[in-house]
Design a protein around this ligand. Structure first.
Ligand code: ASP
Length: 337
């Protein structure tokens, strides 16, 4: 990434150290700007968010632009354009956004709009409401000048038609995800899974936090089904005094536990980001151990110091980090199983 060069002088020494020793040698240093996001495909998304952060841009702009990358990526079958459809063959998108002032906007089951995150931002900024759903969300998007498009790509349609033969609704567990391919960053893995959301949290140079979360949801869901991703507190939560959290995986369990809000509240109590994510995962496991065994849920969090961490039920949850020290880092999140 080109911008890294700008930091070589300032961070040459830091690059030689590992993150732990940096943190301990600079205890009061806030790690900013920084952007983190879920899954390997977060690397490419972070790169675009970073372009804004590095120019002293606002975290809100960074997360919106960052998640545009998987939203527009036809090969990503779990977010935006090219997303796998519901059982009726309709691509319905869920997204939400939250800024440093606690403002929120969300769209639920939005069809035909490639960038639901930007419609969510318009809901936040141009309406007195916080959520718009279905046809009403589409009508609003069109009024705001968004283009109506067919989001069902031939390969997603093919996958859906193959699914129709058995029509068995079964979220596939993404155990041991393939790692990000540095040699071909645009060819991202993920297609073999029938869910995976991008949740992104950024802190800008001013130390302000924002987050975005966008998905096509669980493939082959019932038409009208909403997951955690567009629900503030479940799929995403930001508290500018404390930090932010986001989630991915089987949304029903995240909603039941108001997962991302819980993670932020645990960080408020002094938990590290990773420990907060772990406790939120443990709530899910403790309440429904039999169900939890067979599903994936992962949380990703960042605190006000720019420290981050994640935890998932199953192995295979990865997340991407971009800060002054490392710009294309993929970390395998820890997990219960
Ligand atoms: N959380 C998303 C949903 O339930 C799917 C995912 O992240 O895998 O719709």
């Amino acid at each position: 990434m080109i911008n890294r060069r700008k930091f070589i002088t300032a961070s040459a020494l830091l690059l030689a150290l590992d993150k732990k020793s940096i943190a301990s040698s600079l205890p009061n240093e806030v790690n900013k700007p920084i952007v983190i996001s879920t899954w390997d495909f977060g690397v490419a998304a972070n790169a675009d968010a970073w372009k804004i952060l590095i120019k002293n841009g606002r975290a809100l702009d960074a997360v919106e632009q960052g998640v545009w990358v998987p939203e527009a990526d036809e090969s990503n079958q779990s977010v935006g354009y090219g997303g796998l459809p519901d059982r009726d063959g309709k691509v319905t998108l869920d997204a939400c956004i939250m800024d440093e002032n606690g403002n929120i906007g969300a769209v639920l089951a939005l069809e035909h709009i490639k960038h639901p995150i930007s419609v969510a931002r318009k809901v936040m900024e141009k309406t007195p409401h916080v959520m718009l759903a279905g046809d009403g969300a589409l009508q609003f998007a069109l009024e705001q000048g968004f283009k109506k498009e067919n989001l069902l790509t031939p390969s997603s349609e093919k996958a859906w038609k193959a699914w129709l033969k058995t029509a068995k609704y079964e979220p596939m567990m993404n155990v041991e995800n393939k790692l990000y391919d540095k040699a071909a960053p645009q060819k991202l893995p993920g297609n073999q899974y029938n869910h995976d959301t991008i949740g992104m949290i950024a802190m800008d140079v001013k130390g302000n936090l924002s987050g975005a979360c966008t998905t096509s949801g669980m493939a082959y869901k019932l038409h009208g089904r909403i997951g955690d991703s567009p629900i503030i507190g479940a799929g995403l939560y930001i508290d500018n005094e404390i930090g932010g959290a986001t989630s991915t995986g089987v949304g029903e369990e995240v909603v039941r536990n108001v997962g991302s809000f819980l993670v932020v509240e645990l960080m408020r109590q002094g938990y590290s980001p990773e420990d907060a994510c772990k406790e939120a995962v443990m709530r899910i496991i403790r309440k429904k151990p039999e169900i939890a065994k067979n599903i994936q849920v992962g949380f990703l969090a960042m605190n006000k110091n720019g420290e981050y961490g994640a935890y998932a039920i199953q192995r295979g949850f990865s997340y991407a980090v971009c800060d002054r020290m490392k710009q294309d880092l993929v970390i395998k999140g820890k997990s219960y199983y």
